[in-house]
Design a protein around this ligand. Structure first.
Ligand code: ASP
Length: 611
């Protein structure tokens, strides 16, 4: 028996018990003739006391950091208690010990605030994983996993594995490909998600499926992406959107309850995609704070339902101020209690929006002073009355600061959203301990792909259009005659039965009600520019399956890593993955990817000829 207890187990009540512990040496402290060792394992730290009688053996076999040690002894009440740790009231009076294994000096300290930089920690990730901070993250990840599985199991979902070696059908992201030795010259792809498999499982009658599953996407890695990541992937048959929203609201609430103890009794808010874009400039708004966007001017081709409203804006027509008059879109936010911003502070904001990531030419502002007078950055062009009416239209109260952006629709809308988030952060309105869940509904079915001047699926090609817009999709030619005018194409306004779940400004899950009739699926593929041959080649199996009694179905997938990171209060999903890759998609511990042997190429009948 290597151990009778763990290093996190013993308490005052165990005093006098003979125990055997095994673990890693955290620290060795020698005081005169006695030696203290902190012994650590996954469960905690226990102090060992080696008295004089063991000195000769300790001299013979000195203990170093991270040595694997087995110690036998009796539990003793400590005179100098450490009440910060659960085992801090006791120590073990060691009477025998065995060094089970030695350790080289670790390249960084195995402590909460380690001296190891990111690269070093990743290279020695197996040591990094010994640290409490990282262990806590993995424990949280497992708790989320369990809470999800328990809930889904109770709801009758079945975990069914789907293959990793599949067919390459790139749509959206790039596939990772794997050569097949037994089929020379042919390649598998790693799944970007089990999407088509879970739909086939619905055709097979497994009407509630789930999987906590790896997905692979060969994308350029923006700051916090991983080439392989995990989804909680779900699908249900015989459901409408409302059924899905209720079921998965339940899932997320259960995760919250079990992992954070927060009993989420509020219904999750709901918002259409259009309202999210209109009011927040963003399809995953952080609704922990208000600061909604005021739309002062928008092009006539978007937000059709809002066109009448925007005509009421005091700057909808000519104003004599070129920046406003020439802008396609004019949007504002009202920042409460910021009218006293100094020149330096407003200059800072101007510089902030001019940064390439935001890409604005500048920023106009109106200060509504506490006494009701106004001061703006464009006083030359607006008189006091005009400024007051504009500020009032933006809901400004005395003491507030109105920030206005002008430019092309897409960029300006994104910029006002960025600015809103930035100001929310500055004013401390994005509180870490507050969680706000939101469903964003009715996403557009298509997205314009500038490079190819064509329509691509906004979610994926299996997403069903809103039933009353199917005709619009079928009747109209997908070809975009005039790229600059794509917003006028009838496809631009078709909405989908697609939904995202948003938590504190992060998309944590997304899904849709699917197409389940062959004819409609073919029409959808055609709308995306796929001819019959390509449809058959890429998705023949799915079209075929739809001929054999496919039930109405829909589903969702949650980004498991992201959900864990948010619940753990971290910005980075890497902290919640045992063996993550770096920003260049490398595993620095394995040094992968790497070259392969000539023999392997021979077996694959592949010759490397790098361009
Ligand atoms: N497979 C989809 C995705 O990965 C999610 C879904 O539609 O269920 O985004």
């Amino acid at each position: 028996m290597y151990r009778s207890h763990t290093c996190g187990q013993l308490r005052l009540a165990d005093t006098g018990t003979s125990v055997t512990l095994a673990g890693w040496v955290q620290t060795v402290r020698k005081f005169g003739s006695i030696t203290f060792v902190d012994l650590r394992d996954r469960y905690g730290i226990t102090q060992l006391l080696f008295n004089e009688s063991l000195n000769a053996r300790l001299d013979e076999q000195p203990l170093g950091r991270e040595f694997v040690l087995q110690a036998k002894g009796v539990v003793n009440e400590r005179s100098n208690k450490n009440l910060n740790i659960p085992t801090g009231e006791v120590e073990i009076l060691v009477d025998d010990f065995t060094v089970l294994n030695k350790s080289a000096v670790p390249p960084f300290t195995i402590q909460d605030d380690t001296d190891g930089g990111d690269d070093l920690r990743m290279k020695y990730r197996f040591l990094d994983l010994r640290r409490n901070a990282v262990k806590r993250n993995l424990e949280l990840r497992y708790a989320v996993n369990r809470a999800a599985r328990n809930y889904l199991h109770e709801q009758g979902f079945m975990d069914i594995e789907t293959p990793f070696l599949i067919k390459s059908t790139p749509e959206g992201a790039r596939d990772f490909v794997v050569p097949s030795r037994m089929n020379p010259g042919q390649f598998y792809a790693l799944p970007q998600s089990p999407q088509t498999f879970k739909q086939l499982l619905m055709v097979s009658g497994y009407d509630r499926y789930y999987q906590v599953v790896k997905c692979f996407r060969d994308e350029d890695l923006r700051a916090d992406r991983q080439p392989e990541f995990t989804q909680i992937d779900c699908e249900m048959a015989f459901v409408e959107q409302e059924d899905i929203l209720n079921m998965f609201e339940g899932l997320v609430k259960n995760i919250f309850k079990e992992v954070t103890g927060i009993d989420y009794i509020d219904a999750v808010e709901r918002m259409t995609w259009e309202d999210a874009m209109w009011n927040y400039g963003n399809d995953k708004p952080d609704i922990r704070f208000d600061m909604k966007v005021t739309n002062l001017k928008v092009p006539s081709t978007v937000f059709m339902a809002k066109q009448e409203e925007v005509k009421q804006s005091p700057v909808a027509g000519e104003t004599g101020f070129k920046v406003f008059d020439e802008a396609e879109t004019l949007v504002a936010i009202n920042v409460p209690n910021a009218a006293d911003y100094s020149r330096k502070q407003t200059d800072e904001l101007i510089e902030w929006v001019k940064r390439p990531q935001v890409g604005m030419g500048g920023l106009a502002f109106i200060k509504v002073n506490a006494d009701g007078t106004v001061k703006s950055s464009f006083d030359k062009f607006f008189n006091e009355e005009q400024l007051k009416s504009l500020a009032a239209y933006c809901n400004a109260q005395p003491g507030d600061l109105v920030l206005i952006l002008a430019g092309r629709e897409e960029r300006t809308r994104k910029a006002i959203s960025d600015l809103r988030m930035y100001m929310g952060e500055r004013l401390g309105l994005r509180k870490k301990e507050e969680y706000k869940l939101l469903w964003v509904l009715d996403f557009p079915l298509f997205e314009y792909d500038e490079e190819g001047n064509r329509w691509v699926a906004r979610h994926h090609p299996f997403t069903s259009p809103k039933p009353n817009q199917i005709e619009t999709m079928i009747k109209n030619n997908p070809v975009i005659e005039n790229a600059a005018d794509y917003l006028n194409h009838p496809y631009a306004n078709i909405k989908a039965n697609a939904y995202d779940m948003v938590l504190n400004g992060n998309e944590i899950g997304g899904g849709s009600i699917r197409i389940y009739q062959r004819e409609l699926q073919e029409k959808m593929f055609a709308a995306l520019g796929m001819d019959e041959h390509e449809q058959q080649h890429k998705f023949g199996f799915l079209l075929g399956a739809f001929e054999y009694g496919a039930p109405p179905h829909g589903g969702i997938a949650f980004g498991f890593d992201r959900l864990c990171a948010i619940l753990g209060g971290s910005e980075s999903i890497r902290d919640f993955i045992a063996f993550p890759k770096n920003n260049s998609g490398r595993d620095v511990m394995l040094d992968a990817p790497s070259a392969i042997d000539d023999k392997q190429f021979d077996e694959l009948q592949i010759k490397l000829d790098l361009k």
